[in-house]
Design a binder for this molecule. Structure first.
Ligand code: G
Ligand code: G
Ligand code: MN
Ligand code: NA
Length: 254
């Protein structure tokens, strides 16, 4: 039983690898400000396999590049479909360290934007602190190239990795995404609240947008409003949705 062999065959199969889209909303109005694309793999015999299980397998092989390209292609085609239907939906794609540090990555992104005709400012990438810190010079160069194409970068799971003031100073990023471990108990835990409030202030002072992920209840949403966080994402607002379900929501709010 080889997960990697199965993955190699699954990557280009639209029945096996699909994307869900989880809404990101403005904390003050609840309006949709974008979506995060999340990969889903339905194995023909084993059923659904979580990205938490298969991404680490891909990450140690060059197959990761093909997978990232597949996810970007699917996400940008969907963004194009929404644009054609009159919906401007910024999409965020998770990009692993291996893909971000691939010297071809910025050119691949630029080519996919050109091919789909999606404006670069409708795409952002979510990268972890680990991806940024493992080879900061290469990461900075990649982020600068992407920025020239209008593509913004977000630090995912912020606060759980190698948080360093040095990289906040030098990295061309646009957004901090506070890890859900700090958001889930925000309303009841004074330390979490202090950490989230000071991260929001730090982000704002650096000119960054701050997103809270893992917002699961109204109490956390209310605390984020009091703190002045910009954007929220989590089951309280919406679960990751199929493209069809997200389209239905977009049509509802017209
Ligand atoms: O969607 P879910 O919570 O199961 O995702 C689990 C983990 O997998 C998260 O850390 C998420 O960032 C990651 N993930 C989901 N989709 C992708 C993807 O397309 N590429 C990469 N690199 N990671 C992904
Ligand atoms: O690492 P990353 O932030 O990309 O992970 C996103 C993951 O978080 C996805 O697997 C998604 O399914 C999950 N997720 C999204 N909203 C919530 C939430 O409110 N609570 C929890 N526990 N997980 C969430
Ligand atoms: Mn993410
Ligand atoms: Na995250």
């Amino acid at each position: 039983l080889s997960l990697l062999g199965d993955l190699r065959r699954a990557i280009d199969d639209p029945d096996q690898v699909t994307l869900n889209y989880q809404p990101k909303v403005a904390v003050d109005t609840g309006a949709l400000v974008g979506v995060e694309a999340l990969a889903r793999w339905t194995h023909p015999e084993r059923g659904p396999i979580s990205p938490a299980e298969f991404i680490p397998v891909l990450e140690v092989t060059n197959l990761m590049h093909r997978f990232t390209e597949r996810v970007l292609t699917t996400a940008l085609r969907q963004t194009r479909t929404w644009l054609d239907a009159g919906h401007r939906v910024p999409v965020a794609v998770n990009v692993s360290a291996r893909s971000l540090l691939d010297p071809q990555f910025p050119a691949t992104v630029a080519a996919l934007l050109a091919e789909t005709g999606v404006p670069g400012d409708l795409l952002s990438i979510e990268v972890t602190e680990y991806a940024l810190m493992s080879d900061p010079d290469t990461a900075i160069r990649a982020l600068q190239h992407l920025r020239e194409a209008g593509v913004k970068a977000s630090i995912d799971d912020y606060g759980t990795g190698y948080s360093s003031m040095t990289y906040l100073k030098v990295l061309p990023i646009a957004e901090l995404k506070i890890d859900r471990s700090f958001v889930q108990d925000l309303a009841h835990d004074q330390s979490s609240r202090a950490l989230v409030a000071s991260t929001v202030e730090l982000g704002h002072r650096l000119g960054l947008t701050v997103v809270a992920e893992g917002v699961e209840d109204e109490e956390a949403a209310e605390a984020l409003r009091e703190i002045g966080c910009d954007t929220a994402q989590g089951y309280h607002f919406a679960r990751p949705l199929t493209a069809e379900a997200l389209t239905a929501r977009l049509e509802e709010t017209l």
